[in-house]
Design a protein around this ligand. Structure first.
Ligand code: ACO
Length: 402
């Protein structure tokens, strides 16, 4: 039998896979994904069932602890989170320091990283399971308060403190949209839409941001630092930032007269850097099951709220044209989770630059579950290799001689 421990002596042998297109970095029991067949399951449960029947906080428990909670476990999880929804008042000084128009994702990654400084117990080596649970509760609780405060800051409005009589998602929507001059009314349609969106974003195995969380955590960096790094990775328009980019693209097409054929041709033109945002996926080569659910939810929610959004029609036309076009068919490019999500966020009242922050709020339980699994598996520090292509054997020359 092969003695794996001896492999470390085989220096010089490296597999080169730029972008890790076919490289497995870990074993994981959290999320199952079959890109050819468009299947996504969290801990074995199909995403369609969870989106239909579950709540975000229940899915968070499932991802992090591996089982659907009993009523008692769910109540205890929610009440532990509620104990920590307040954010240290000194954290407010960070908000004062950010320019009012600074991007919410830049604020979020800084603020989540800063939480480590306010929770020094998280920095101790060899954390006990009790402390790990405490940090998990704190992070989930404070993230929603921080996200709502980032939004309030962008408006120049006073922040709302959490009301723990509400469940997690209702509390978040209350803190975000409650206004001193108006009573906040809980709308079950809105709360259910928000639960669905957050569930659909909650985990997606070893994507760019999740791999970032795992690799940062593998150096024994604390949970807050690891999640802050994941937030930075999510920000990019090729990853979570795509939801903002989709709406900006649809707005541009609308302002340009709504000529979808013209924009499809632009996306196909190899001399044009434009890509059809919200289309294509590294793993899904048939369809993205999340996009199917979101498209249906988008129709339902807009109808329910009585919103008529012209960009939804443009999105549907783009999809229809692209799905028949040989360029997209040959390359197996289909709408991904971000193609329709922004239209729902918009209907719920969120401004475009908040979309990626909402993605981060949804992805948080997945990042936490992956960080925890990596720790429990005692994975070694992540450290990829390289093929060196630079200069060899050069001698230093004094500056006068160059
Ligand atoms: N529009 C036009 N052409 C595209 C698109 C697109 N959206 N996506 C891929 N292609 C083309 C590429 O130009 C390439 O063509 P070629 O074979 O002629 O060179 C081919 O399809 C394969 O694309 P790659 O970029 O090699 O695929 P990769 O797996 O590396 O990238 C990605 C996947 C980043 C998602 C890509 O499809 C993309 O940029 N999509 C738009 C951005 C987006 O929606 N991102 C969100 C992804 S979901 C998420 O992260 C939550």
């Amino acid at each position: 039998a092969l003695d794996i421990s001896k492999l470390r002596d085989l220096t010089g042998y490296i597999t080169l896979d730029i972008g890790y297109k076919n490289t497995g970095a870990t074993k994981s029991a959290i999320t199952f994904l079959d890109g050819e067949q468009g299947i996504l399951k969290y801990r074995g449960y199909p995403i369609e069932q969870l989106a239909e029947k579950s709540s975000f906080i229940e899915v968070a428990y499932l991802l992090i602890y591996g089982q659907l909670p009993t009523t008692e476990q769910l109540n205890s999880f929610q009440s532990e989170i509620n104990r920590h929804t307040l954010v240290h008042e000194d954290m407010k000084k960070f908000f004062d320091g950010f320019p009012s128009k600074s991007h919410p994702m830049g604020q979020l990654s800084s603020l989540i990283g800063a939480l480590a400084a306010f929770n020094p117990e998280s920095l101790e080596p060899g954390l006990s399971p009790e402390i790990v649970d405490l940090e998990i509760h704190k992070l989930i609780a404070k993230m929603s308060t921080i996200v709502s405060w980032i939004y309030k800051k962008s408006l120049g409005h006073p922040v709302n403190y959490p009301k723990n009589k509400f469940d997690y998602v209702t509390n978040f929507m209350y803190m975000t949209f409650s206004h001193p001059t108006e009573e906040y009314e809980v709308n079950p349609v809105v709360i259910s839409a928000m639960n669905k969106l957050l569930i659909l974003h909650a985990d997606h195995e070893q994507n760019c941001s999740t791999s970032t969380v795992r690799i940062v955590g593998s150096s024994d960096a604390n949970l807050y630092a690891s999640i802050s790094a994941g937030i930075s990775a999510l920000w990019g328009p090729l990853h979570g930032g795509a939801n903002q980019a989709v709406i900006e693209m649809l707005e541009k097409i609308k302002a340009d007269g709504g000529d979808t054929d013209k924009w499809i041709n632009k996306a196909k033109d190899k001399n044009d850097p434009f890509r059809l945002m919200g289309f294509g996926h590294r793993v899904y080569k048939n369809f993205d099951p999340r996009a199917k659910i979101i498209k249906k939810a988008c129709d339902d929610i807009l109808e329910n709220l009585g919103v008529n959004d012209e960009v939804l029609d443009i999105a549907k036309r783009l999809e229809e044209v692209a799905l028949k076009d040989p360029y997209f068919v040959e390359r197996k490019l289909y709408p991904n989770v971000d193609f329709y999500s922004g239209i729902i966020y918009r209907a719920l009242g969120f401004p475009t630059d908040m979309f990626t922050v909402l993605f981060a709020l949804g992805r948080l339980p997945g990042w936490i579950a992956q960080w925890k699994e990596m720790k429990e598996n005692k994975e070694p520090i992540g450290r990829p290799r390289q093929i060196y292509t630079g200069a060899t054997d050069r001698n230093y020359t004094d500056i006068q001689g160059r």
